[in-house]
Design a protein around this ligand. Structure first.
Ligand code: FCB
Length: 455
């Protein structure tokens, strides 16, 4: 039989989705027995969050999830990525579970499945139970065991209906900013704690993967990494070293040990004091895919304000910026997808990409956001180019379904495809919502050849 007569291999269907996270949308922080998280504590510390905002109410998704799933249906997505709030299901992080919190996610998952939307469950999107932070949080080696027990609970409870699990969302971001650079809960500045946290989060990842494999039949597992090229913004050798240093912490510190069984060379000596002989065997467990979040590249110079010797710098003047001030460079996304494909050799799911815009309701009650459409068009086209160049990209999720609590920036930046009028909690789909629905419809037909439609 010649190759021409062989039946064509079916391609796995491309998955279109949106992503959110528990603390950023749920609200109801004091309801139904939920324990406190480090973000509840951090938001109450004066000066931490713009405008003194908190996640107490957020998008009130805890009560409005059915309406929000209705929006997802209108959008036509295949999959929805959300996170479970650990303190909602285990108020103090270990031991006692909270049935009311567990049943909220039962309802959410059941309603998603009834709507034909596949649930993608992330175990950790930064809201550590405060009771565990009081024991040292991720700087305590026991955290790997705490997290494994939590993963076990989640796998047993939801694994009959949920098959896609991510361990951590952007471990580099919450460890770097939470333990060293400032700007994220728990708000510490301690290099040794950062190094410990990196290693323990890696151990926690490996332990959780093992528990999920044991508890969930046909599980499809991964972790979600924020991959951003780090470029020197100055011409001095110190600037190059600063960019390489940030690259090691930001891009390498988690995927390298988890997938290649080693730390980036710049981190090897620093982490060594916290490592035990068989740790890499525990960390580097087989996973099924690589979750990739990407917004922009970093520009970096040497700096003296922190133990890493780095400072974030502006992009060159000719580069466009988003509402967060982040550079808009779709080419960097294409390159990142191709690089991660070659480096880790796993199917890639883009689990966050999107942009903040200063959105407003116009006189007709609509929200027109052409710059978000431009961004999404350019970035999805960059992804299609990466696929055409051989990158094994299997899905794309927009950040985010709804405007929400953007961490230290509070409710100012709006990332949603749906506008949230916070005083009334009214949801208004933006023009980009319709644009994305259209892309999904066309993309389903042939994601390899389609270019995103014009606005
Ligand atoms: C990512 C976070 C997500 C959101 C977006 C804008 O780093 O994972 O929660 O804040 O940035």
């Amino acid at each position: 039989m010649d190759a021409g007569s062989l039946p064509q291999q079916p391609r796995p269907p491309f998955i279109w989705g949106v992503s959110t996270s528990s603390y950023q949308i749920e609200g109801a922080t004091g309801e139904d027995g939920r324990g406190a998280s480090i973000w509840d504590t951090y938001c109450r510390q004066p000066g931490r969050i713009a405008n003194g905002d908190t996640g107490d109410v957020a998008c009130d998704h805890y009560h409005r999830y059915a309406e929000d799933i209705g929006l997802m249906r209108q959008l036509g997505i295949d999959a929805y990525r959300f996170s479970v709030a650990w303190p909602r299901v285990m108020p103090t992080g270990i031991g006692q579970t909270n049935e009311a919190g567990l049943s909220f996610y039962d309802r959410l998952i059941d309603a998603l499945i009834a709507a034909g939307i596949e649930p993608w469950l992330c175990l950790y999107h930064w809201d550590l139970p405060q009771a565990l932070e009081d024991r040292g949080g991720w700087s305590n080696r026991d955290s790997a065991q705490w997290f494994a027990d939590y993963a076990d609970l989640i796998g047993r409870r939801y694994g009959d209906r949920v098959k896609r699990f991510a361990t951590f969302n952007e471990p580099s971001v919450f460890t770097l900013f939470g333990y060293c650079l400032g700007g994220s809960a728990p708000g510490l500045s301690d290099h040794a704690m950062l190094l410990r946290a990196i290693h323990h989060v890696n151990l926690a990842h490996g332990a959780a993967i093992d528990r999920l494999r044991a508890t969930v039949r046909h599980a499809s597992l991964g972790a979600i990494h924020n991959c951003q090229p780090c470029r020197p913004a100055g011409g001095k050798p110190e600037d190059l070293l600063a960019a390489q240093t940030l690259d090691a912490y930001w891009n390498g510190a988690f995927p390298d040990p988890q997938l290649l069984g080693r730390y980036p060379p710049l981190l090897v000596d620093a982490i060594a004091p916290y490592q035990r002989p068989d740790d890499f065997a525990r960390i580097c467990r087989p996973v099924d895919w690589f979750g990739l979040n990407h917004y922009s590249p970093h520009y970096v110079v040497a700096g003296s304000g922190n133990p890493l010797g780095i400072a974030f710098a502006s992009a060159p003047a000719n580069v466009a910026r988003s509402g967060m001030g982040w550079p808009v460079e779709p080419e960097a996304f294409r390159e990142t997808l191709i690089d991660m494909h070659h480096r880790y050799r796993l199917p890639i799911y883009v689990l966050e990409n999107g942009t903040a815009v200063v959105d407003q309701i116009d006189a007709t009650g609509e929200v027109s956001d052409p710059s978000r459409i431009d961004y999404l068009r350019a970035y999805t086209n960059a992804m299609f180019d990466a696929i055409a160049a051989g990158a094994d990209v299997r899905g794309y999720f927009v950040w985010s379904l709804l405007d929400n609590f953007e961490w230290g920036s509070g409710y100012g930046p709006r990332f949603g495809l749906v506008y949230v009028d916070y005083p009334t909690q009214r949801r208004i789909p933006k023009a980009s919502f319709r644009w994305y629905a259209d892309l999904i419809k066309h993309g389903r037909e042939d994601h390899r050849t389609v270019k995103s439609p014009a606005a």
